[in-house]
Ligand binder design. Structure first.
Ligand code: CTP
Length: 403
C-alpha cells in the first residue's frame, strides 16, 4: 500500500506546458488512494482544462476566489483548502509562481492557499533551461527551501522551446516516487522493529479437538497495520484468525499453540525495539494430548491441565532496551491488579481492558482501555473503535521515541 493512500492532497497547477502532464499525475494520485483537490492559476487553463482535472480528481477544480459570472457565487475558502491538505504540491511550478511563493505575492487562489497551508509543501519546477539557471530563479529555490518547502528537481531532456537541458518537470511517475520516498523516510517509526502477538491460541486435546477462546485477533492486527503505516517493520505472530494483513511491511507468522507462539517470539525478540503482546494466550493446556480421537465411552470425563508459559513475562525477564507493552483484563481492583502486573512482568506500559463497558472486548469492533505506564501514570480513554485504540497505542510508542 502506498504511503499516499488516504492522504489529502492539494495540487496547485501553474501555467506552463508541463501542465498537460498533470492529468496523468492526478490519475496516479487517485490510483495510490489519495484524495485530490486541484487549484489552477488562470494561466494554467490555457494548457489543460478544468473539466479534465475535475473529472480525474473527482472533485470540482478551484481557480478563483469566487465565480464572477454567478451573483450567488460562493467564496472559495483558501484557508479551508490549506487546512484540509495533508500535503500540497505545486506542479508544474513556473518561474513566475515560484517567485510569487518566495515573496508572498498573493494575487491568485493558488498562492493564497499556499500561504495558508500548514502542511508540507512540495514543488516541481518546469521552465526553460536558462530560466532554471537564472539567479532570480535560484534565489526563489533558496527562499522556498528556507521556508521548509521541498523541491522535486526538474529533469534533463527536450524542452518545449526546442532546446535541450535541465528544466523539464519531473515525470509524473517520478514525482509520485519522490513523494513516497520522502514521506516514508519521515514516518515516525521508520527504522523501528515491532513484534506483536495477536489472536487466540489453540491447545490440542486430541487430533480433532482443542481448548481455545473467542479472540478474533482484531486488536493485534489493527495495531500491526497502524505500526506499519507509521513506518515500522512489523513481525505479527498470530494464533488462529481469519484476518489478513494489508501492509507489505508486516511479516505475518501464523502459529497454533501457546508453545509455538512462545518459541517464535523468543526467536526474534532480541532484534526488536518494541514488543506488544495483544494475544489472548491460553493460560492452561492439556497435560496429555491423545494420539487418536478420544471416544465417548465414559459418562464423565476430565482433562488435566498444566500452565502454559507466560510469553509476556518471559520477554520482560530478558528485555534489554525493548519497550514492552502488555494487555490486562481484570474484573476487580482493575488498576491495582494492573499495576502489580506491570511490576511482575517488567512492562513499560499496560493496556487495561475494561469488561464493565458494553461494546468493549472479545469479538467486538470497539474497545475501552486505560493506559498505565511504569511510573504508574494513568490515562483513561473513551470507548473507541479498535483502529483508534491501535492509533493511541502507537502514539504512546511514538512519544517514547520522539519525546
Ligand atoms: N500473556 C502471554 N502469555 C500467556 C498469558 C498471557 O503473553 N501465557 C499476555 C497477554 O498477551 C497479555 C497479558 O499477558 O498481554 C494478559 O495477561 P492477563 O491474561 O490479563 O493476565 P495473566 O497475566 O494471564 O494473569 P491472570 O490471568 O492471573 O490475571
Amino acid at each position: 500500500m502506498s504511503v499516499l493512500s488516504g492522504k489529502k492532497i492539494v495540487l496547485g497547477i501553474s501555467g506552463g506546458i508541463a501542465a498537460y502532464k498533470t492529468a496523468h499525475l492526478v490519475r496516479l494520485f487517485i490510483k495510490a488512494g489519495a484524495q485530490i483537490q486541484v487549484i489552477m492559476t488562470p494561466a494554467s487553463k490555457d494548457f489543460i482544462t478544468p473539466l479534465t482535472l475535475s473529472t480525474l480528481s473527482k472533485n470540482p477544480v478551484h481557480s478563483s476566489f469566487f465565480n464572477e459570472d454567478d451573483d450567488n457565487a460562493q467564496w472559495n475558502n483558501h484557508v479551508e483548502l490549506g487546512l484540509w491538505a495533508d500535503l500540497m504540491l505545486i506542479a508544474p511550478a513556473t518561474a513566475n509562481t515560484l517567485s510569487k511563493m518566495a515573496i508572498g505575492n498573493c494575487d491568485n487562489l493558488l498562492i493564497a492557499t499556499y500561504l495558508s497551508a500548514k502542511c508540507p509543501v512540495y514543488f516541481a519546477p518546469a521552465m526553460d533551461l536558462d530560466m532554471y539557471k537564472h539567479p532570480s530563479t535560484i534565489a526563489s529555490f533558496h527562499a522556498l527551501h528556507q521556508f521548509g518547502n521541498t523541491m522535486i528537481p526538474a529533469e534533463n531532456g527536450e524542452l518545449a522551446s526546442g532546446l535541450s537541458g535541465e528544466g523539464r518537470m519531473a515525470e509524473p511517475e517520478n514525482i509520485i516516487a519522490f513523494l513516497e520516498a520522502d514521506l516514508e523516510s519521515k514516518l515516525p517509526l521508520k527504522g523501528k522493529k515491532i513484534l506483536i502477538t495477536a489472536g487466540p491460541t489453540y491447545e490440542a486435546i486430541d487430533p480433532v479437538r482443542f481448548i481455545g477462546n473467542h479472540s478474533s485477533g482484531k486488536m493485534g492486527f489493527d495495531i500491526a497495520e497502524c505500526a506499519a503505516n507509521h513506518g515500522a517493520e512489523v513481525l505479527l505472530i498470530s494464533g488462529p484468525s481469519h484476518l489478513n494483513v494489508k501492509n507489505s511491511n508486516i511479516n505475518l507468522i501464523r502459529v497454533v499453540s501457546a508453545q509455538d507462539m512462545y518459541e517464535v517470539c523468543h526467536q526474534y525478540f532480541n532484534t526488536m525495539d518494541v514488543a506488544i503482546c495483544a494475544a489472548a494466550v491460553a493460560d492452561y493446556r492439556p497435560m496429555q494430548v491423545a494420539d487418536q480421537k478420544i471416544k465417548k465411552t465414559e459418562d464423565y470425563f476430565s482433562i488435566e491441565l498444566e500452565k502454559t508459559k507466560d510469553i509476556l513475562a518471559s520477554l520482560g525477564q530478558i528485555k534489554k532496551d525493548q519497550f514492552l507493552i502488555g494487555f490486562a483484563l481484570e474484573t476487580q481492583n482493575e488498576i491495582e491488579n494492573a499495576k502489580l502486573k506491570i511490576q511482575k512482568k517488567n512492562l513499560d506500559l499496560i493496556v487495561l481492558n475494561s469488561l464493565q463497558d458494553e461494546g468493549a472486548g472479545f469479538g467486538k469492533s470497539t474497545n475501552k482501555v486505560t493506559f498505565i505506564d511504569s511510573n504508574f501514570s494513568i490515562e483513561t480513554m473513551e470507548l473507541k473503535s479498535k483502529e483508534t485504540v491501535a492509533q493511541d497505542i502507537i502514539n504512546k510508542i511514538i512519544q517514547q521515541y520522539h519525546a
